[in-house]
Design a protein around this ligand. Structure first.
Ligand SMILES: [Fe+2]
Length: 293
């Protein structure tokens, strides 16, 4: 019975431990109370690593995701796991001799789904095949960025709204052969038209504010002339991408990582040529608005 399973060991961030770490979690036995605790940990501390899980057990992974939130299948079906549409496959490893998912995803600073009206609440990732070389995800805490933003720069972005789109990141597929680039662009823009969000958002669970821009997807400060918008965004991107704000989170076998998508931006590391890498991502919504009004 789920109610009699032992409680996981949860360690909060502290000296030598930059993120929340969880051991002994039974992925199939996460009841509503524990799920609320696990969501709260991400809202407050941003990144949670669940250790010691079996990477082969996709059903348990999905059970955990469904306990934590509502999985959202990626809007482009060719990223989907062949049997589990909720699982987004980032991989350069064939499965049964066939290409599965998409290789080289997320290699720019971004927030998942910020180019839609409703960005994701959490992103969850588990490595399935780890390259021999180091693999990590990079994160920037946008709460801290806002706290440390110089007053003059903050004054220029406060109260503004920004357009986010993914127009530069369409990945060409086999079905695109012999089709006009104009047609592909039109189709892509229709599928992902972009969205406008406040430049500073307020987390609905914690009430904390953070800057909400990323070099990957934020394209324009609304109501500013193009040149002024470009210059302001460039300054903001350069400020937040300073190494002192960047947390490098290594991937380890058996880990599941999930994070607060509202207050972090992230960036995938690259895989060295000739090395294999595969990860399964699950995108999650919670039952809160993305930003408190
Ligand atoms: Fe991402």
């Amino acid at each position: 019975m789920a109610t009699t399973s032992s409680q996981p060991d949860i360690r909060l961030p502290g000296p030598g431990r930059p993120i929340v770490e969880v051991d002994g979690l039974d992925l199939r036995a996460v009841g509503p109370e524990l799920a609320a605790t696990l969501r709260r940990l991400a809202y407050e501390h941003q990144i949670v690593a669940v250790h010691g899980q079996d990477p082969e057990d996709v059903d348990a992974y999905l059970a955990f995701a469904r306990a934590l939130g509502t999985p959202e299948p990626y809007f482009q079906a060719h990223y989907h796991h062949p049997e589990h549409p909720e699982v987004f496959v980032s991989s350069n490893v064939p499965l049964d001799g066939k290409k599965v998912g998409v290789a080289g995803t997320g290699r720019m600073w971004h927030c998942d789904y910020s180019f839609f009206e409703r960005p994701l609440a959490f992103t969850m990732i588990r490595p399935i095949v780890l390259p021999r070389a180091h693999r990590e995800t990079l994160f920037i805490d946008m709460r801290r960025v806002l706290d440390e933003l110089p007053d003059a720069l903050r004054g220029r972005i406060e109260g503004r709204r920004c357009l986010h789109d993914a127009w530069d990141y369409y990945k060409v597929q086999p079905k695109d052969i012999d089709r006009a680039i104009r047609e592909l662009i039109d189709e892509w823009h229709e599928a992902a038209p972009g969205a406008v969000h406040p430049a500073i958002v307020t987390h609905p669970a914690t009430g904390q504010r953070n800057l909400f821009v990323s070099r990957g997807f934020t394209k324009r400060v609304v109501d500013l002339p193009e040149e002024e918008s470009d210059a302001l965004l460039e300054e903001l991107f350069d400020f937040c991408e300073q190494e002192r704000f960047v947390h490098h989170q290594p991937w380890a076998e058996g880990d599941i990582l999930y994070w607060d998508n509202r207050s972090l931006i992230h960036h995938a590391s690259t895989v060295p040529k000739g090395e294999s890498s595969c990860s399964f991502r699950i995108s999650l919504y919670d039952d809160l608005p993305f930003s408190r009004a």
